[in-house]
Design a protein around this ligand. Structure first.
Ligand SMILES: Cc1cc2nc3c(=O)[nH]c(=O)nc-3n(C[C@H](O)[C@H](O)[C@H](O)COP(=O)(O)OP(=O)(O)OC[C@H]3O[C@@H](n4cnc5c(N)ncnc54)[C@H](O)[C@@H]3O)c2cc1C
Length: 416
């Protein structure tokens, strides 16, 4: 089977890239070993974020740093045995997230963030899945004055980038969400951010629309990728697929594949958990809340209130250790009357994270016709459609809507 392009990985990122290439008249095979949108793009918090200006950072505040070091911070846990493996990444993260690094990150990510919601909504409308989106904004809650002050840079950057946000007293936050309890100091409301009631439905709808537009979805193992007679070839259940161009969009699995082609990129798994819950006495939320200092998000979804955790540094494939859920559950109950869990076991997945918090989008250095679209960290559900547009524009030779320089793989140094 011959195509113009093969996209490896059918998460939000790869599905969007495949769809965007199809919209530009290319014959595309989208290949995954599972169904569309069933890994990280399934289990995220469902936020399509406008104020995505700051990455995960190593704290400079000694008290917070100590909590991280002692593995006491619910927003960032680690497996001690994993530390030696990720020490180089943590060092790069530390270097990249000083004040000037954070400002540079914000300038770069905002070039994507400003187009993220319109691009999602355009695809959602075409794929007839707009009903899954909610335009309610979201609410970030702070337990203490110190916690609110800790987000001063975010609020300052949002002012500079013209992103609307409103500081709320607790009673104003409770006017938006009457079932919140009194256990917080302040809230900040971000009206531009949108959320979805079931992330998987969005990715699957984009995948269906891709197929309706003439794209081909195939089941296959990306690890079979090889170069033969100037084409990229991948084995699938329906036979071999071949194309002159391939896009790697395997999320947290991308680095395994590209390392075979001499690319050594610092993308690690930042794991996270989710579980759905009921509520007590019919209590409701109409929009997601983030309890900033406790490091969780609670989003009302189709199967209940989806509680998602912060980061766990652990091997991508290590057994699940949902300690963070156990840590935050009682903290949620201080803020909201959370009920019992809906499922027996929590979900675990991995954010594909880079040390500078920016995705890798563009051609692979030194490997002709291999394109990279991964490393979106905590923002892949938000940024998938705009990243897909940019990689598609670059592949077909159109001017890209956004300058890709900050996202190129070359920023991490040369090939092995
Ligand atoms: C707890 C949590 C909460 C999050 N919340 C948000 C949020 O609210 N908003 C947001 O924007 N982002 C959020 N994220 C991040 C977001 O989910 C990810 O960045 C995004 O899903 C990554 O998409 P992807 O397409 O790159 O990867 P994935 O969705 O993981 O897709 C990769 C695909 O590659 C396939 N694959 C892997 N190996 C192979 C192989 N060998 N052969 C064939 N196929 C293969 C997989 O089956 C998978 O379908 C969250 C992440 C977590 C963990």
């Amino acid at each position: 089977m011959n195509f113009d392009a093969i996209v490896l990985g059918a998460g939000m990122v790869g599905t969007s890239a495949a769809l965007q290439l199809t919209e530009r008249g290319r014959r595309v095979a989208l290949i995954d070993r599972r169904g569309i949108g069933e890994e990280t793009s399934y289990g995220n918090a469902g936020i399509v974020e406008r104020e995505c200006l700051l990455p995960m950072a190593i704290p400079r505040d000694p008290w917070r740093l100590l909590r991280y070091a002692l593995n006491l911070a619910p927003e960032a846990n680690y497996h001690p045995t994993h530390l030696p493996r990720i020490a180089p990444f943590l060092w790069r993260l530390f270097e990249a997230t000083g004040r000037s690094g954070l400002e540079a990150h914000a300038r770069a990510i905002d070039t994507l963030g400003r187009f993220a919601i319109p691009e999602h909504r355009r695809l959602a409308q075409a794929a007839e899945v707009s009903d899954v989106f909610r335009e309610t904004g979201w609410l970030r809650l702070y337990r203490t004055k110190r916690g609110l002050a800790g987000d001063a840079l975010l609020h300052d950057l949002a002012d500079r980038f013209g992103i609307e946000h409103r500081r709320l007293e607790p009673e104003e936050a409770r006017a938006l969400e009457p079932d919140l309890k009194a256990g917080f100091h302040a809230g900040v409301f971000w009206p531009e951010t949108q959320t979805v009631v079931w992330p998987e439905r969005v990715t699957k709808a984009y995948g269906r629309w891709f197929v309706e537009r003439g794209g081909t979805f195939l089941t296959g193992d990306a690890r079979s990728l090889r170069r033969e007679d100037g084409l990229w070839v991948v084995g699938t259940d329906a036979g071999e697929a071949a194309a002159p161009t391939v896009v790697v969009a395997l999320g947290p699995w991308s680095v395994d594949l590209v390392s075979r082609f001499g690319l050594d990129l610092p993308v690690v798994a930042e794991r996270g958990y989710h579980r759905h819950y009921g509520s007590e006495r019919g209590a409701r939320l109409t929009r997601p809340i983030v309890d900033v200092e406790a490091g969780y998000c609670l989003n009302p979804m189709e199967r209940g209130l989806r509680l998602t955790t912060g980061i766990e540094f652990a091997g991508r494939d290590a057994p699940a250790t949902p300690r963070q859920l156990a840590q935050v559950e009682p903290m949620v109950r201080q803020i909201f009357p959370l009920g019992a869990p809906v499922e027996a076991e929590p979900w675990v997945g991995s954010r594909p994270a880079t040390p500078d918090g920016l995705p890798v989008i563009g051609p692979a250095p030194g490997v002709p016709d291999l394109w990279l679209d991964f490393g979106h960290g905590y923002l892949g559900f938000t940024l998938g459609p705009i990243s897909g547009r940019l990689v598609a524009e670059a592949i077909v030779g159109e001017p890209t809507l956004v300058d890709l320089t900050p996202f190129r793989a070359e920023r991490f140094g040369r090939r092995r």
